[in-house]
Ligand binder design. Sequence first.
Ligand SMILES: C[S@@+](CC[C@H](N)C(=O)[O-])C[C@H]1O[C@@H](n2cnc3c(N)ncnc32)[C@H](O)[C@@H]1O
Length: 324
Amino acid sequence: MHNNPLPRIDENPDIRTLLLPHCRLKQGEIWVDPITGHRVACIDATDACATAELMEKNRAKVAIQDPPYNLIAFETRGSQDYIDWARKWVTTSLNAMEKDASFFVWLGADQRDHFQPLPDFMLLMREFPVQARSYITVRNQRGYGTQKNWMAVRQELLYYVQGSPPFHVEAEYTDIPKVLRGYYKEIGGERTENMERSKRDTIRAGNVWVDIQQVFYRLEENVSGCYAQKPLKSIDRIIRSSSDYGDLIIDFFAHSGTTLLAAEIARRRCFTTDIDPIYCEIAIRRLEHFRATGRTGWQNGHAFEAELPAPIESEKPPIQASLF
Ligand SMILES: C[S@@+](CC[C@H](N)C(=O)[O-])C[C@H]1O[C@@H](n2cnc3c(N)ncnc32)[C@H](O)[C@@H]1O
């Protein structure tokens, strides 16, 4: 069986050295997709000039941001530094959005450290002219924890709007099953049960999503080398519920390029950035790989196999996308 995953890029300086020469973007550069006009930029999300240059006169209908959560990338920084940093990329994001637009942020809560940065970030958002709309929880199928605590199986997604953006509640729902039987209700003279009602297309989507599998190495959409990949299905749900064909979506923390690919599949345009040229290259290659093969990731291979066909030795095991 083909088995050539890439070890975690962020933890392997030697692998970074091998991959960097194969990346088409250097700091400050922008790749423009010749087919649909998506853009990938190797820039810092907090850089007001660089993000303005990326956007030009374009404005986004939806921003989907998935920043590092202050667990790994900011180990040495305190909460206040994290929030000061977040204030900058929230500002660049809002400047890149239409008057009527939706703003989604994935953010973790460290239960070993007063749940930071989630509550601090929620308070930060009060500084901006946006309205809070929902606090969504994605329930993971697998989790982490010890015998001494509840297993952590949730991911948090904050949803804000400015103006009156679209909300297509019909875009998704019956895939989210009810979990309890036996709650009966009479509708139009007919006695119905909870599970049965959940299949009706008039039922509204709830803000706890239990039908999404987080990414792990067996899934086709897996992008080995990445450590924080979001499931395509979650991004697809956000995009379809909050935008229409042809709308522009932004994601300033591209990593494995999930938003770029989801936008392509849903026939939207995406402008995405990452500060790291390797993740920019992976995002572009993932899109190209999808167009060439119809596959959404590499599963047992990786994005640089053309240049590096032999398995790459690493002291650490090839960890796949984890909670972040
Ligand atoms: C949590 S991951 C995003 C995962 C992504 N949603 C996915 O599905 O693959 C965060 C990414 O942000 C990037 N990043 C960190 N700081 C950044 C900054 N200041 N500007 C742009 N990207 C940054 C990291 O390189 C990393 O790839």
